[in-house]
Design a protein around this ligand. Structure first.
Ligand SMILES: [Zn+2]
Length: 198
């Protein structure tokens, strides 16, 4: 698939394949963020199931802020969280003295497990913001539409600034969508539900 091809919708209202894996961080760090061919149908399903309904309803063009992320890119973006996960694994391993030599392995395993749980590298999750639309309005509309979603996360929402933060929505296969709504103000701790709007 060519980056200029439309993965969902068309030139009047749609999203190109290239928009689904464009990443300033990847460009800057020299990481190849091109999705593998087997993930293209998943990315297309996420674009069709999450982005297109919002594009159609709000009738405002927007591009995803971050969509597919290769494992290497995810590792870069989540470096701080991975550091915490590795440190927790190291501490857990060294409290058992005879297992101390297992710490590096435990740390690698913890990192691997953490990355396995991430939804951007699977093509299931997309981060976006719609110009002039509050994240909460976009999220409430999406929830009330009854469309399936796995997680909806309000990240760094600021009621005083529509251009701050983003909405993360993921969509998984079949009947596994949990319709979980979460809010994070720091990218590390998550609370259930919508952010406060004042
Ligand atoms: Zn996200």
């Amino acid at each position: 698939m060519n980056p200029a091809d439309y993965i969902a919708g068309d030139k009047d209202a749609g999203f190109t394949f290239g928009e689904c894996f464009k990443s300033d961080t990847a460009d800057r760090e020299g990481v190849d963020n091109t999705p593998p061919a087997d993930l293209i149908p998943v990315i297309a399903a996420t674009a069709a199931g999450v982005l297109m309904p919002l594009r159609t309803h709000f009738a405002i063009p927007f591009a995803p802020l971050s969509f597919f992320r290769s494992r290497a890119l995810e590792r870069l973006i989540c470096a701080k969280a991975i550091e915490r996960v590795r440190e927790a694994a190291r501490k857990a391993a060294v409290v058992r003295p005879n297992k101390a030599t297992a710490a590096p392995l435990a740390m690698d395993a913890a990192e691997s497990k953490y990355l396995d749980g991430k939804q951007h590298p699977k093509g299931n999750a997309v981060d976006f913001r719609i110009p002039r639309v509050s994240l909460v309005d976009a999220g409430r509309w999406f929830e009330r539409s009854g469309l399936p979603f796995d997680q909806m996360i309000f990240e760094f929402y600021n009621p005083a600034n529509l251009a701050a933060g983003w909405l993360h929505i993921s969509l998984v296969d079949g009947n596994h969508n949990r319709r979980m709504i979460l809010t994070t103000a720091d990218g590390a701790t998550y609370a259930g539900g919508y952010p406060a709007t004042v």
